[in-house]
Design a protein around this ligand. Structure first.
Ligand code: SAM
Length: 271
């Protein structure tokens, strides 16, 4: 607005998100396990397996074909809001073990230095410590100026996009950095389909999760924020529309529900 109210509110939201993730960074992994009863690990495994990183060829667009002079073997993956590296390590493991691909590389980008620090620490216990296949950068998903246009084969964002202030801007940035034929893939909390299951789920989210946050991490407010941000995130169909609005082609129905819609995987392809 003329009075800058929107800008102030947006800056406050960005700061709030930063504070939340700074305060949960060290307990983030164990809290994820508590909150989802360990299911987030299965969702992440499924997400990565279904993307099949390192498979040859990724697609057959001219820019990524092996005849291109700029062709580099392996996939160039950008994991946005990659936090503690959960998705990145799985991507590299899958490329190496399932597809025998030693070239696929992942850049983990996150707005929060504390989360990146946890990711770097964790990477020391993986085979990718100090490997050129794994990189960490501090970046806001809404402004990826350090990433050249049309340079990425696969853009992933897991449990991150609901925290972005301008999701449409982030989706357009995803579109810009992807190569033609490149894939946008998002794993995010979504809307539960069955009303009965939803009632139980809402009680769990709003009742138990802030309480567990308080008991385990001594931080009720951050977990209350996480639960509210999940409730505010658009439905599967609305989010599909946002992906299309950014210019992506959305194959088939456009999403896959996980655990009755508690989470969903959305995909888009850059034409
Ligand atoms: N992807 C990881 C996972 O699945 O475990 C981490 C998800 S964590 C719930 C959300 C992450 O989004 C945090 O690390 C936070 O710092 C990051 N984040 C929030 N807003 C962001 C933005 N605008 N740009 C980049 N990262 C952001």
């Amino acid at each position: 607005t003329h009075f800058g109210f929107e800008t102030v509110a947006e800056a406050l939201k960005e700061q709030r998100v930063k504070n939340v993730f700074s305060s949960v960074a060290s307990s983030y992994d164990s809290m994820n396990d508590f909150m989802s009863l360990g299911i987030h690990r299965l969702w992440k495994d499924h997400f990565v397996r279904s993307l099949n990183p390192g498979r040859h060829p990724l697609s057959t667009p001219p820019s990524t074909s092996t005849s291109s002079p700029n062709h580099q073997p392996g996939w160039n993956i950008l994991d946005i809001a990659g936090g503690t590296g959960d998705i990145a390590f799985r991507m590299l493991d899958h490329a190496s073990t399932t597809n025998h691909d030693a070239h696929t590389r992942v850049t983990v980008a996150d707005i929060n230095p504390s989360m990146l620090l946890e990711g770097r620490k964790r990477s020391l216990t993986t085979p990718y410590a100090h490997s050129p296949r794994l990189d960490f950068i501090e970046a806001n998903a809404e402004d990826l100026h350090m990433i050249p246009s049309a340079s990425i084969d696969l853009y992933t964002v897991a449990f991150g996009i609901r925290n972005f202030t301008h999701k449409d801007v982030a989706l357009r940035e995803a579109f810009r950095v992807l190569k033609p034929g490149g894939v946008f893939a998002c794993l995010e909390f979504s809307k539960v389909n069955n009303p009965l299951f939803d009632a139980v789920y809402q009680r769990w989210s709003f009742g138990a999760i802030p309480l567990i946050g308080q008991m385990v991490a001594g931080d009720r407010d951050s977990y209350q924020y996480l639960v509210e941000s999940i409730a505010r995130f658009p439905s599967q169909a609305e989010f599909r529309g946002m992906i299309e609005d950014a210019g992506f082609l959305v194959p088939g129905k456009g999403w896959e529900d996980l655990t009755g819609g508690i989470a969903a995987v959305h995909r888009g392809v850059k034409p």
